[in-house]
Design a protein around this ligand. Structure first.
Ligand SMILES: NC(=O)c1ccc[n+]([C@@H]2O[C@H](COP(=O)([O-])OP(=O)(O)OC[C@H]3O[C@@H](n4cnc5c(N)ncnc54)[C@H](O)[C@@H]3O)[C@@H](O)[C@H]2O)c1
Length: 334
């Protein structure tokens, strides 16, 4: 019996399967239970809606699908082109992981088909639902999405909301959220299917115990390891990592060493798995720039950060790293 079937049999007597919902197979009793359960707080997360199907959103969807622990996974983006790219990225990643025996799956198509791709911000099932926002690292669009989500799920208390921001305080993103007790942060790492860590953020005077516990359980259900941190810019990892990457760029701009030598030095001398330039190319230079710009604009003396002209010009040219084929290194030749 698959983990999903087992879960549905043992633990989910009141939750309808995605198939039942799409085919409208609901008894009157099931409809009543469904209506009632929306007025109750979220239990263990059963359904996931991910907004933004880029590097992070597609990775989160893939990881959810691989665990077989969720009833439905919906991945949403602004257009079909982005969704097609996400599907392609997920398929390639699964192929790669299967080849390297890093994932135990029979059929790649089966895993991919567990993810519903949609241009509408509409989950397959909206009960015991976690909505994960993974759109670009810009404050206003993120704030707008949460405002819209609040009105969309106004009367549904079985929905909780998180942002996957890497650098912005969650409380600023959730400024217009009027169900703040059901709002928090989950910061995944890239590539999500490989990276075990998730930073779980409890927003001050907002996220309640129930939501926080549901998030901690969700992280476990994804076979990841959660750490918690106050809602401060960059949380733990990026608060340390971003200034380190900026210092590496400053070193390069001064002509002290080449990108390749700095990368080799940090891998062989400090034991890092990637050098700072490889890492920046991997993360995306646009994401790096969004973070640095937002931190610099805060004018916080505890959050000093070096703003690099080189990165500004690379972003302006569209050299964003691996995702565009060119960054500090050229990926078109490989
Ligand atoms: N790249 C990383 O290494 C990394 C790591 C951890 C966290 N993050 C954070 O995750 C978030 C996403 O980063 P990413 O690297 O996946 O970005 P990305 O640029 O790869 O993907 C963003 C996606 O969001 C979509 N999008 C934009 N506006 C949207 C909207 N209104 N509705 C739905 N979709 C929309 C875009 O079309 C795109 O597909 C950011 O907050 C980033 O800081 C990134």
């Amino acid at each position: 019996m698959s983990k999903l079937l087992l879960r549905q049999t043992l633990r989910l007597p009141t939750v309808l399967s995605a198939k039942q919902v799409t085919t409208g197979q609901q008894t009157a009793g099931q409809q009543l239970i469904r209506l009632f359960s929306k007025t109750a707080a979220v239990n263990r997360i059963e359904n996931v809606l991910i907004i933004g199907s880029g590097l992070m959103g597609s990775g989160i969807a893939q990881s959810c699908a691989t665990t077989e622990r969720f009833n439905s996974i919906t991945l949403q983006d602004v257009n079909n082109e982005q969704l097609a790219k996400a599907k392609d990225r997920i398929t390639k990643s699964l192929n790669n992981l299967k080849e390297k025996k890093k994932v135990n799956i029979n059929s790649i198509d089966e895993v991919v088909n567990r993810i519903t791709l949609s241009t509408e911000r509409k989950p397959v099932v909206d009960q015991n639902l976690l909505v994960i926002e993974a759109i670009p690292e810009l404050l206003e669009p993120k704030q707008r999405i949460f405002k819209e989500l609040c009105s969309q799920f106004k009367d549904n208390k079985s929905v909780i909301f998180v942002t996957n921001t890497s650098s912005l305080p969650c409380y600023e993103i959730g400024k217009y959220v009027d169900c703040k007790e059901r709002f928090g942060g989950l910061h995944f790492f890239n590539p999500v299917p490989m990276m075990k860590l998730v930073e779980v953020i409890r927003v001050l005077d907002a996220t309640n115990d129930h939501t926080f516990e549901a998030l901690i359980q969700f992280v476990k259900d994804m076979d990841k390891v959660g750490v918690t941190c106050k809602d401060t810019p960059g949380f733990i990892v990026n608060r340390l990592l971003v200034p380190y990457m900026q210092e590496a760029v400053a070193l390069l701009e001064r002509g002290d060493a080449t990108a390749r030598d700095i990368d080799i030095a940090m891998k062989l001398g400090a034991g890092y798995p990637m050098g700072p330039f490889e890492l920046m190319d991997y993360v995306g230079l646009d994401t790096n720039k969004f973070i640095v710009d937002a931190w610099a604009a805060r004018g916080d003396p505890n959050l000093k950060i070096y703003k690099s002209k080189l990165i500004e010009s690379m972003v302006a040219k569209g050299h964003l790293g691996k995702k565009t084929g060119k960054g500090f290194y050229d990926y078109t030749k490989k």
